[in-house]
Design a protein around this ligand. Structure first.
Ligand SMILES: [Zn+2]
Ligand SMILES: [Zn+2]
Length: 332
């Protein structure tokens, strides 16, 4: 028995179909048959080797919804048939202080789904059972994939930092991450402001939960306004304006992987005791909380479906920002 993968042979290359031997689950691992896989901006970064850690042939895809078809030793065989979601992380050591403390996403021996493994633009993937999250009843498997990378990335700054529902939260960027951040922050109880360079998205931002929509360049006119700014944008901003928009004890939480340094003045931090944080997805415990929260509040990614064999079209369109708001590739 063999599996199918969509692989790039070199940086920036097209994904071409190929056949590989069937995956063997290691101890504590599951094999998922991929049903749907979202396309995340990090797939493009990895495809282009922007972060210097890509190995070719590279099979991207790390927003997987799949069915358990095989289990390794130490895994309950009753799990076969279950639907599970898998994001950026597919394994951690389980024994270090971070893993034992419930922060497995900070483990030094993380295994990423598309680094050293083959990702979800394929017929099958493997993952440690802890990192493949059971889909709760009431969750639509066809739209759920983007929750497991984009979704948890924007849910983490709320759940892991115990943000108060009285907080005023701004979300910069109404794209794949931002449209989910608006839904989460609204359901969390916060006052939510969407900041965008594209005001044609204003109506949709309100539909996702924004109480207010502002042009990004208006940030300089909103001093002291926000307790939390979630920045999903991966290019440089007027960082001084962003910091000045924070209320006392306010926090800029950076999620967009901007490659240039974030330059702020010391007084931006000192006055008002402001801070800058960031986070890499989150732990399995927070993923479990997220999927429950999504079902309770009817939070779902807005997705455009394409069949898996049109993955190169999806990549080309994402490069141009031409998607509202996430592609999901479906196994045919
Ligand atoms: Zn991602
Ligand atoms: Zn660990």
């Amino acid at each position: 028995m063999s599996i199918t993968v969509w692989q790039a042979l070199e940086a920036g290359g097209r994904l071409e179909p190929a056949t590989r031997p069937m995956l063997e689950p290691a101890a504590d691992e599951l094999v998922l048959e991929v049903l749907h896989c979202g396309l995340c901006h990090s797939d493009l970064s990895m495809l282009d080797n922007q972060w210097g850690m890509s190995n070719y042939p590279l099979v991207p895809g790390h927003e997987v919804v799949g069915r358990v078809v095989q289990v390794g030793t130490g895994v309950n065989p009753d799990l076969i048939g279950q639907l599970r979601g898998l994001g950026w992380i597919s394994g951690s050591c389980s024994h270090c202080p971070q893993c034992l403390g419930g922060s497995g996403n900070l483990c030094a021996s993380l295994e990423a789904t598309i680094v050293g493994r083959q990702g979800g633009f394929s017929s099958h993937v493997t993952a440690r059972q802890d990192w493949a999250i059971p889909l709760p009843a009431g969750m639509d498997p066809a739209a759920a994939g983007p929750l497991f990378c984009g979704g948890i990335t924007v849910f983490a700054p709320l759940v892991d930092e115990a943000v108060s529902p009285t907080a005023h939260v701004a979300v910069i960027g109404i794209g794949g991450l931002g449209h989910m951040a608006l839904q989460f922050a609204r359901a969390w109880g916060c006052e939510v402001t969407a900041l965008t360079t594209n005001l044609s998205k204003a109506e949709e931002a309100r539909r996702f939960g924004a109480h207010h929509v502002e042009a990004l360049e208006r940030l300089a006119h909103l001093p002291g306004r926000f307790d939390l700014v979630i920045n999903t944008v991966n290019h440089p901003l007027q960082w001084g304006d962003v910091m000045a928009s924070l209320a006392p004890r306010g926090r800029l939480h950076q999620l967009g992987a901007v490659l240039d340094p974030i330059q702020v003045g010391a007084f931006d931090l000192i006055m008002g005791r402001r801070s800058i944080t960031g986070s890499p997805t989150s732990s399995p415990a927070s993923l479990l909380k997220m999927v429950d929260f999504c079902v309770r509040h009817n939070i779902r990614p807005e997705v455009e479906h394409l069949p898996m064999d049109r993955i190169n079209d999806a990549i080309a369109r994402l490069r141009q920002g031409d998607v509202r708001y996430r592609f999901v590739l479906d196994q045919t």
